[in-house]
Design a protein around this ligand. Sequence first.
Ligand code: 4AD
Ligand code: MG
Length: 471
Amino acid sequence: MTVSQSETYRIADLGQSLLNRKIHLRGWVRTRRGSKGFSFIQLNDGSNLSGLQIIADEKLENYEEISKLSTGAALEVWGTLVESQGRGQDFELQSEQILIRGTAPGEEYPLQKKGHTLEFLRDIAHLRPRTNTLGAVFRIRNTLSQAIHRFFQDRGFLYVHTPIITANDAEGAGEMFHVTSLDLEQLPKTKAGKVDYDQDFFGTDVSLTVSGQLGAEVFALAFTNVYTFGPTFRAENSNTARHLAEFWMIEPEMAFMDLQGMLVLTEEFLRELLKECLDRHEEDLAFLQKMYDQELISGLKHICDTPFETLTYTEAVKILENSGKSFEFPVEWGCDLQSEHERYLSEVHLGGPLNLIDYPKDIKAFYMKQNPDGKTVAAMDVLFPRLGEIVGGSQREDDGESLLHLMREKGLPEETYQWYLELRRFGTAPHSGFGLGLERLVQFVTGMKNIRDVIPFPSSSPAPVATMKKN
Ligand code: 4AD
Ligand code: MG
């Protein structure tokens, strides 16, 4: 077989069966070092962490150029896969031809062999996917995305694409980004001095969605079990290491399921996702553990092996009050729980995963099923050690009168929710659902402290997303 007929492989797919075969690889130089008569090139194509060592002999016709290659250059390589002489790898490629597709001048290329801080990497978001850390993070993010679809597809859930632009505030919290085609410098006004949305593209005030839930409820009341998986947007004023303005959310919605049924499903779901990562990402997780969190893998295994505890909000508040800890935000019944409280409960008090249920209705969204006590709703938050809230959900209020009552209490504009109320008039049924923030999950699995390091482009990066005012 001539060199040009060699089959193309991804580095992660190389194995014993290809030993002594001629193959073709493509990728980017991680490091190159010269030795007498040779160059050793570490090539990475994104398929795994370690890449492959390429041996380039000085007899190669373009050895002069090869010997000057530096980190970042793009190559195509043909050669024979052989057992490695050196330590730390099983195979290497004895190259017979190297085509230099693109060089990366060493003095200018920002990624050098020495480690860079994650903060520095956020400013070069167009290059950071080529680093070991971001490589591991995005391979795991990909595995999780696929495992999420498989979990639901295996159980007969219908994948539904809910709208991105919407007139409904699904959470009723007013944290939406408005979408308009009007000229903001010259807004048309009504006689009453308000913005005249009649002249806008949709003829009404619309925004980017904060959740696909309300649309998913429509579909659950026709297909029984459904899920959405898409981008969501929140103009929350919380610039923390766990909040993004644009993030991806997975929202299953199940008809004929109550809160208790959902607790079982959620636990099975999260456990299966973590198991998949442990099974498929040994190398990536070992690297992340070494770099960022000594207890990463044991922490993931612990969640897989530990049944989730369930506490009511009322019990949790008692535990926090009796903890003897002075929290930054004081605790009393009725307050919203902060990340410090959530972490105390799951990390210190239980040392494991926790379902927190039955929150006060005043601090939760309008759509949650009201409990007979008149004070709480059938809400569920799943809290993980190290992270706090990873999942938020509830049984839904399926009684039209109660729903309308709570909407009025919360001062929501009834007109835009007429269709939602109508679902309670025509074939209403108990139903429940939850939302899992994809980035929170990726954070948990990879041990990344800042959520900006698990999305492709953090909003503070120059390209290709909008820059946030303060970051
Ligand atoms: O608790 P949340 O606000 O619940 C909902 O949106 C419901 N409609 C879900 C449902 O019942 N279908 O958000 C759900 C999850 C959170 O637990 C968190 O993991 C994630 O979405 N999340 C965020 N992730 C990153 N940045 C933000 N700003 C987030 N806000 C929520
Ligand atoms: Mg929540």
